[in-house]
Design a protein around this ligand. Structure first.
Ligand code: V1D
Ligand code: CA
Length: 464
């Protein structure tokens, strides 16, 4: 591959040099530039997850996951991460959060029998936003299975970072679908982490409010949720006001950063860092789950922010710099080419590599024209309706709320006794699955991917 000197991008600007991480670039290798990290990274991509269709007129395109994976492989990042094709989540696993009748409905419903289930349609909120498409249940099992496998690997300490771009479906509720989301893989993954760890921090940079995750842990002091989102009465889901802070034991453990149209890179990053730094140092999470919805990028078909891929990635880089076990998930994102560029770039950041600006050739190269760059110039900026004063008010209010956390028992707690139920459950799990976690080389039907050198093509090596 030709060695390219990257043109300066937004993340190269001095503004982005983080004191802690020190992003000095090392010599380039095969078109990518390595940084200091020896961090272990596990990449989860459920087989066929990109082949599901919400419908012609629906903005959600799972196919974006194939574009992303092909860019990741084109950049040869698979040589620096473990690659996993995880098994599907079982009904029992989905039932750890979701109601049994809802899981059963998802399992039974098909586009053909939908007519006969109209009452359930209303009850479980399927329809325009959450259509019943062919094999919708398998789709759910796939993306949730990936987030669960990623969480298990993190909890076992077998990886430092786990990535599942097919996950991050933050709107799904215990007993109903919502906002393109059917099962909430994030809640399931956090519950898995909580079986082994005292506190989990959830951060959500999708342009929509992370309402499903907030709601699931609204009364808990073991999960602190922070969502950055557009907040207005006519923007889905309409929740996420600054005043929503949690209840009972969970009071002050839900934080919301409500923003207006057109926020730019500099204000977003400055606010993100000044909220996240005190949140992390005060809450002292044992691990972090980061939902990276890419509909907060400029030019998204549903979103109305002005963020560049570099700025979105800077949030990921910043969270990585805290060196805590990190689960990174996808979410929204409705311009397939931008989503794939963004998540490939962020995979590079997480794996410790700076990617060349010239995109590698993949099966989907035609999606990335006319520039074929990782960081194409942003066009069609939207007017920034966030004033300096409105942003300062949010910053000050959140910092005040964080002061209340200092005295919270879950934060003072140094250790949590081992969870007996979790231990018994571990024992119950099959031998194959324990090997998946301990050996990490796909013994449980996982697939390890290898790349044919020089061609950027993928071959599968079954390990079973
Ligand atoms: F434009 C559409 C075309 C077809 C079907 C749906 C939509 C659409 C656009 N925006 N639906 C929405 C949002 N729904 C409403 C409904 C109107 N009702 C009264 C509510 O405004 C839902 C937006 C969901 C965003 C999902 C997400 O990006 O946050 C996401 N996160 O993880 C996965 C997806
Ligand atoms: Ca959000």
């Amino acid at each position: 591959m030709t060695i390219n000197i990257d043109p300066p991008t937004f993340s190269d600007a001095p503004f982005f040099f983080d004191r802690r991480a020190g992003y000095l670039l090392e010599p380039e290798q095969e078109g990518i530039v390595q940084s200091h990290s020896k961090t272990k990274v596990a990449y989860y991509h459920p087989k066929d997850v990109g082949n599901y269709h919400y419908g012609e007129r629906h903005p959600m395109r799972p196919h974006r996951l194939e574009l992303t994976k092909d860019l990741v492989l084109g950049y040869e990042l698979q040589n620096h991460m473990t690659m996993h094709a995880p098994r599907k989540a079982t009904e029992e696993e989905l039932g750890e959060f979701h109601d049994a009748d809802y899981v059963d409905f998802l399992k039974r419903v098909t586009p053909k029998n939908a007519q006969t289930l109209t009452r359930d349609y209303t009850k479980f909120n399927v329809g325009d936003d959450c259509p019943v498409f062919y094999d919708v249940f398998s789709f759910c099992q796939q993306y949730a299975g990936a987030s669960l496998a990623a969480a298990r690997r993190l909890a076992a300490g077998s990886t430092d970072i786990a990535i599942n771009w097919s996950g991050g479906l933050h709107h799904a509720k215990k007993g109903e679908a919502s906002g393109f989301c059917y099962v909430n893989d994030i809640v399931l993954a956090i519950l898995e982490l909580l079986r082994h760890q005292p506190r989990v921090l959830y951060i959500d940079i999708d342009i929509h409010h992370g309402d499903g995750v907030q709601e699931a842990f609204y009364l808990s002091n073991r999960v602190l949720t922070v969502s950055f989102h557009k907040y207005s009465a006519d923007f889905f889901p309409g929740t996420g006001n600054l005043s929503e802070t949690g209840s009972d034991l969970g009071k002050y453990f839900s934080l919301n950063v409500p923003l207006q149209d057109g926020i730019d890179d500099e204000s977003y990053i400055s606010l993100f860092k000044s909220v996240m730094e005190p949140t992390i140092t005060t809450f002292r999470p044992s691990s972090i789950v980061l939902q990276c919805g890419a509909d907060s990028l400029g030019c998204d078909r549903l979103g109305t922010f002005n963020l560049s891929i570099a700025a979105h990635g800077e949030c990921v880089r910043y969270i990585k710099s805290f060196n805590l076990p990190l689960l990174v998930l996808g979410g929204g994102g409705y311009r397939q080419s931008s989503v794939a560029r963004c998540w490939a770039y962020e995979t590079g950041i997480l794996a410790g590599f700076k990617l060349a600006d010239d995109l590698p050739v993949t099966n989907y190269t035609e999606f990335f024209g006319p520039d074929y760059k990782l960081h194409p110039p942003l066009t069609g900026q939207i007017q920034n309706l966030n004033t300096r004063q409105s942003l300062e008010r949010i910053r000050v209010t959140i910092r005040e709320k964080l002061r209340y956390l200092n005295g919270a028992p879950s934060v003072q707690m140094q250790e949590v006794p081992p969870d007996l139920m979790g231990f018994l459950e571990d024992e119950r799990r099959g031998k194959e699955e324990r090997e998946e976690e301990e050996v990490g080389n796909g013994k449980a039907g996982e697939t390890r991917w290898e790349t044919e050198l020089g061609e950027g093509r993928r071959t599968r090596v079954n390990q079973g």
